[in-house]
Design a protein. Sequence first.
Length: 338
Amino acid sequence: MKRYRKIILPFLLVVLFFSLVMTVRAFTASPEKREEIITGSRSQTITYDYGVYAAPSILYPEGAGPLPLGEQGFPLKIVDSVIITIRANLVDTTVQQPDGTFEVKLFIQSPGQWEKELDQIFTITETGQAGSRLFETSFTLPFNEALDLAAQIADEIEVRPRDHYRLVVRSTIQMADSEPLSGECAFSFGGGLVFAEGQQLYEQKEDLTTSVVTENHIRFFNYQFTVATAKKIYLTATLFLLIIVTIYAYSLTKNRLLFSSLTGPSWQKICKKYRHRIVDVENLEFPSDYFIIPLYHFRDLLRIAEQQEKEILHASKAPMSSFCVIDDKTVYVLMRKE
């Protein structure tokens, strides 16, 4: 146990410091905290689907269905029609049926020069189910009429397109309390070919959150305590540790006073100053009927020696030195480490 005595007080001080830190943390923490929780989600999507149908010919007989999609475009001479289907879907998990609008517009443009909206009427159907609403429209792209209009505009302004014309389908969907989502699908006409441009899927998602107030917690390793509980625990622990450290430090101080060591210059000064009163003897042994009184300070021993007009006897036996004053059968003893 003696070999651990030197580390007990530092260990207690470290634990006390940690407890003080946790106490300050508990008393400065807010008992409540505000956090965002996800209550649902919203999404808006626009999808474009199209089919290019060829006029009946030797290569493509009647009823052949839509032409296979490719990156090289389609010869304009064999294209009979382009059918576009647009679907716009609103999803809101927090309501029975989300509220929103859907709009489609058709434009003919000469890229970098001009753009003209076509008077096209779109038939839009709506279907709904729990938490969602679907808009859908399907129409045949009037590219012949659009190209005729583009030619009229070019004749009017006497400016030919730099490269080609584009027939652009733009659609916008907007859910209540959300930013609108827009998308477009375009078909370019040039070099005797028709090309499809643009992406086929546009999507916008967001999480719906609400702010709630919950109890704040303080973590201690794998345990969590509410702030109110942490205040009680850490304050009690700090006070308890403070009492333990005080008692232990007092016991060490008391022992040092009883068996203290005045080493170095301070003890040498005392010996030098009172050398005329100190008598070195081989050992200090007293009969059993002598009454021994231990002292804590050299000054008390010196005062008794002066009052009784006695010499101070000194005997050294490692690791202790003993000093005493004998008054009849009463012995005043002071012990110190060498």
